[in-house]
Design a protein around this ligand. Structure first.
Ligand code: NAP
Length: 333
């Protein structure tokens, strides 16, 4: 497994991370046995970075990771657990805001450590900035958890350049977790250069645009009521048609290279720099195997030109989140 180092202060990690969200929430129902087998297969393949959130299935995802790590030899020692916190949930399963107050941060951490069955979280980050709490206070609270040995590294999620600077002035930041793909290139103008200037790595999510540019998303796919993609503008009506037209153009390049569409999309993100680690949302072993194949794929300058001609920057039809959720993105403001 190829490795990367997250920023100048972060840990060494596998070149791909496994995002575990879809094993508990947001993409319809998942198969628990297959989810566990996928985490084990990832660890066997040398993937060390496992990403979760305490709100993914309201604790379900952390308990799943706990079980996966308990049932594989020496797994906890090998794995880096990256946890997001801060999202508030309702009994009905909705989202009701964010809490980044220092006392709340420590409370979230106490519960996560218990659910994960571990004495430390490797990377800890608030999922979205709490608009009522200065980022300095939230990051300061995580820094105290680092000092106490409960957390190893501090990360950020979906923040803009100014917040990156403010947070980095409080404590070393290992990585910014943010959406980055052929369809979501918003970080390129200001956020990525600022992260590089500050020595902060990127853990990129949505590299396959939540499956939209994986090559496996059919035009007539019916989404379950509990699938986030049913509310995502990029998966609606005309937008979906236009986005899948882009995928067809990408498929022509993938076919000519003898690789898959998903591998092409992942390889493109990998080509953006050694400081970027794609988090792959595989929840089945066959999807994981396909994603890992991207590491054996070389895309040269001619391929990159062709890929960017197929999906030019800004080509995506529709926003990456529904309007109500776009307002929570510090990275978009
Ligand atoms: N910080 C944040 O705000 C934030 C937001 C979202 C996610 N994340 C993290 O990032 C991780 C990855 O995000 P994501 O799941 O949206 O990204 P993704 O990798 O773009 O999408 C995963 C989806 O793509 C489909 N897919 C098709 N082929 C695949 C392949 N070969 N490998 C992997 N997936 C394939 C999966 O299909 P199936 O339907 O077949 O399973 C799944 O529905 C999450 O698990 C989570 O840990 C963070």
């Amino acid at each position: 497994m190829q490795t990367r180092t997250l920023g100048t202060s972060g840990p060494q990690t596998s070149a791909l991370g496994l995002g575990c969200m879809g094993m508990s929430a947001l993409y319809g129902d998942a198969d628990r046995t297959e989810s566990l087998a996928t985490v084990h297969a990832a660890l066997d393949a040398g993937i060390t970075l496992l990403d979760t959130g305490d709100f993914y299935g309201m604790g379900h995802n952390e308990l799943l990771i706990n079980e996966a790590l308990r049932t594989a030899p020496a797994a906890r020692e090998k794995a880096l657990i990256s946890v997001k916190f801060g999202a508030l949930r309702t009994v009905e399963g909705g989202f009701s805001g964010y809490d980044g107050r220092p006392a709340a941060v420590k409370n979230f951490a106490a519960y996560s450590l218990q659910r994960l069955g571990t004495d430390h979280i490797d990377i800890y980050r608030i999922a979205r900035v709490d608009p009522d709490v200065p980022i300095e206070e939230t990051v300061g609270a995580i820094a105290e958890l680092v000092e106490a040995g409960h957390v190893r590294h501090i990360g950020l999620s979906e923040v803009g350049a100014e917040t990156l600077r403010r947070a980095a002035a409080v404590a070393p930041i290992s990585d910014l977790q943010i959406e980055y793909s052929l369809l979501s290139r918003g970080i390129e103008d200001a956020i990525l250069p600022t992260a590089r200037q500050l020595g902060i790595g990127i853990t990129a999510y949505g590299v396959l645009s939540r499956g939209l540019i994986s090559g496996h998303f059919g035009r007539d796919r019916q989404l379950a009521a509990n699938d986030f993609r049913g509310m995502s503008p990029r998966f609606q009506g005309d937008n979906l048609t236009r986005n899948l037209d882009l995928v067809d153009a990408l498929r022509a390049i993938a076919d000519a290279k003898g690789i898959t569409v998903a591998q092409t999309a992942i390889a493109w993100v990998l080509s953006r720099g050694e400081d970027i680690v794609p988090l792959i949302g595989a929840r089945r072993r066959d999807r994981l195997t396909e994603a890992l194949g991207a590491l054996d794929t070389t895309v040269d300058a001619t391929d990159l030109t062709a890929i960017e001609r197929a999906i030019p920057a800004g080509a995506a039809a529709g926003d990456r989140y529904p309007a109500s959720q776009m307002t929570h993105l510090d990275s978009e403001n």
